[in-house]
Write a protein that binds this ligand. Structure first.
Ligand code: SAM
Length: 315
């Protein structure tokens, strides 16, 4: 029973993330015409939270763009713990669809995502279909190059099964995305997952966004929004520093890895765009933003030569 309660609390983090994204989009931090199909209402969020989400979404986009440039139309994106992420539709709108796009999350989340997709013609119409056919179940959706499947990332046999149904191709250049996901998975299951992926995808890149330095000097987990959700932060030990973030990949057979704090990521984003968003809302104390950004990072790991040493720098 405790495990089920934990899983429910973990699934609820998707509502938090999607609401924060929708609110920032509404204020004009970045454009996402699709998020409001998945999230109806949001309460007000503090300016530093909105800027933090801006850095998160833009930072990940930098790597997605680099991946798509290097893999051409032949790439495959696998979004782990995708929640209500709208990346598939944002890329489609920009004319940058990869060969295949697979989203995985708990069945309770994918069922809700399926429901929203079914309900909105704009979302369905943008799914590629070879013969006009889209296959739905309650929790899964299969179109030509978009697959949404419900499963638990802690169970590798289930993962193999679902990836096969999603027409995975182990030999394609592949990008894994995990945005605030691994922290909810205990270290041994996360290690098993990373190791399995490293062994199966010889030409791949893993982009991971998550918390950093979460413990204060007394060893307590600090981020209050996580605590208040009552979530078990099972993977907290891997989030201690940039170094542990990198090492969790290399000890699990990834060839190399790199990591940046979100302060570095924020500062690397185009100056014009930063000036624009810094005018959306006043921030009395820049220190608050820096403190927040210091507690998150993007780490990247690779297998094979194609995606070796990609950096956060633009261009
Ligand atoms: N990546 C999305 C984003 O950034 O908008 C959602 C982030 S939300 C904080 C974390 C997501 O990871 C939730 O949707 C949750 O259900 C999913 N997740 C956590 N542990 C999981 C597991 N063991 N199996 C499948 N999904 C999981």
């Amino acid at each position: 029973i405790k495990d089920m309660a934990d899983d429910e609390a973990i699934q609820a983090t998707n509502d938090d993330a999607s609401e924060c994204k929708r609110y920032a989009v509404q204020l004009g931090y970045w454009s996402d015409p699709f998020i409001n199909f998945f999230v109806k209402q949001t309460g007000r969020k503090a300016p530093e939270i909105n800027r933090g989400y801006y850095a998160r979404v833009k930072g990940i986009e930098v790597f997605v763009d680099k991946f798509l440039k290097l893999s051409g139309e032949k790439g495959q994106i696998i979004n782990l713990g995708a929640g209500f992420d709208t990346l598939y539709w944002r890329l489609k709108e920009a004319g940058k669809s990869p060969a295949n796009f697979i989203e995985l999350d708990f069945p309770s989340i994918t069922a809700r995502k399926c429901y929203h997709i079914k309900k909105h013609k704009q979302l369905i119409d943008m799914l590629n279909t070879e013969d006009g056919e889209i296959r739905f179940s309650t929790t899964d959706l299969h179109a030509a190059n978009y697959h949404l499947v419900g499963m638990d990332l802690r169970h590798i046999s289930e993962l193999i099964n679902k990836l096969t149904q999603a027409e995975v191709n182990f030999n394609l250049p592949t990008m894994f995305l995990a945005e605030c996901v691994l922290v909810y998975i205990d270290t041994s299951a996360a290690s098993g997952l990373l190791k399995w992926l490293a062994g199966k995808f010889p030409n791949s890149i893993f982009v991971n966004y998550e918390q950093l330095n979460m413990k204060d000097k007394f060893g307590q987990v600090m981020l209050s929004n996580l605590r208040s959700r009552g979530c078990l932060l099972a993977g907290v030990e891997d989030c201690e520093s940039l170094e542990t973030q990198q090492r969790r990949f290399t000890i699990n057979n990834w060839e190399g890895s790199n990591a940046w704090t979100m302060v570095e990521v924020y500062d690397s984003l185009p100056q014009d765009d930063r000036s624009r968003i810094e005018h959306i809302e006043m921030l009395d104390e820049r220190e608050l933003l820096i403190q927040l950004l210091q507690h998150y990072c993007i780490s990247v790991a690779w297998n094979g030569q194609t995606f070796k040493n990609l950096s956060i720098a633009q261009g």
